[in-house]
Design a protein around this ligand. Structure first.
Ligand code: DGL
Length: 258
C-alpha cells in the first residue's frame, strides 16, 4: 500500500505547509521530519547544507516508507532539489518563494521578499525574480530572526513583537511597496503577529496553497490518515515534541543521518 506524504523542514516551518496540505487533502496520511539538530539552515554554507539535507531526507524516507517527499523549506529546496530528485526513487515536491504570484497581484510593482539569508541571496531566487518579476522592484530582506520566533511559538511561547518589528523595518522605506512574499515556511506561522507589526496594510503571500495543489497532482494514492502521524527529529527536544503533538504528530523517533 502507498505510504504517507513526508514533509521535511529544518524545524517547525514545514508545519505551515502541513496546514495547507490538510486543508486540500484532509484524508491523506502525513509524516513529518525536521533537522532540528542543525536549525537554523539559513546561515549555513551551501555545499554543507546540500550534503546534510540529502542525508536527512534519505534516512527519513527509508524510516517512513513514504510515497512522496515535500521539501517544505525554501532554503533546502533552492539548494538541493535536483540532488534529492536524483537520489530518491519517489516524487519530490519543493518550495520556492512565491515571487510569481506576488508579481501577479502587486499593483505598484514594488514587492518585498522576506526570507532567510541563504534564500534572499541565492542564485535560484535571483533567477526567479528575473523570470517572473522583471518589471518589479523587489526589496529582499534577510529575516533569520523570525525563524527562531516561529520555533518559540510552536514550542508554546509568544513571538517577541519588537524582534518582529525590527525584522520587517527595511520593508517600509518606500510607501509604494504593496506585497510581501513570505519566502520561508516558518513565517506563515507568524502571520497574525507580522500583520500586527506592520505599519500599514500589505498583501502577504506564501507558497503553502501552491505546494498543496502540486502535491495533490503528484500524489494520487497517498495512504489514508489513521490516528497520529509519525514524526522524526535529529535531536531530542521535549518542547518541540509538544508542538508536533498539537499538529497531530506522534512522539518523534530520533534519526541518525549518515
Ligand atoms: N523553513 C526554512 C525555509 O523555508 C528555513 C529555516 C531555517 O533557516 O532553518 O527557508
Amino acid at each position: 500500500m502507498a505510504g504517507p506524504i513526508l514533509v521535511f523542514d529544518s524545524g517547525v516551518g514545514g508545519l505551515s505547509v502541513v496546514q495547507a496540505l490538510r486543508r486540500r487533502q484532509p484524508e491523506a496520511a502525513l509524516a513529518y521530519v525536521c533537522d532540528n539538530a542543525m536549525l537554523p539552515y539559513g546561515q549555513r554554507e551551501d555545499a554543507w547544507l546540500v550534503q546534510r539535507i540529502r542525508a536527512v531526507c534519505e534516512a527519513a524516507v527509508a524510516a517512513s516508507g513514504c510515497s512522496a517527499l515535500v521539501v517544505a523549506c525554501n532554503t533546502a529546496s533552492t539548494l538541493a532539489l535536483d540532488v534529492l530528485r536524483e537520489c530518491l526513487a519517489i516524487p519530490v515536491v519543493g518550495t520556492v518563494p512565491a515571487i510569481k504570484p506576488a508579481a501577479r497581484v502587486s499593483r505598484t510593482r514594488h514587492i518585498g521578499l522576506l526570507a532567510t539569508s541563504a534564500t534572499v541571496s541565492g542564485s535560484y531566487t535571483l533567477q526567479l525574480i528575473q523570470d517572473f518579476a522583471a518589471d518589479c522592484r523587489v526589496t529582499r530582506v534577510a529575516a533569520d530572526a523570525l525563524v527562531i520566533e516561529a520555533e518559540r511559538l510552536v514550542a508554546g511561547g509568544m513571538p517577541d513583537q519588537a524582534t518582529l518589528r525590527q525584522a520587517l523595518a527595511l520593508l517600509w522605506d518606500d510607501p509604494q511597496l504593496d506585497t510581501v512574499v513570505l519566502g520561508c515556511t516558518h513565517f506563515p506561522l507568524l502571520a497574525p503577529w507580522l500583520a500586527e507589526a506592520a505599519p500599514r496594510q500589505v498583501t502577504w503571500i506564501d507558497s503553502g496553497e501552491a505546494i498543496a495543489r502540486r502535491v495533490a497532482q503528484v500524489v494520487t494514492a497517498a495512504a489514508p490518515r489513521r490516528g497520529n502521524a509519525p514524526s522524526f527529529v535529529t535531536a531530542p527536544d521535549e518542547c518541540l515534541y509538544k508542538g508536533l503533538a498539537t499538529f497531530g504528530f506522534a512522539p518523534p523517533r530520533l534519526l541518525y543521518p549518515a
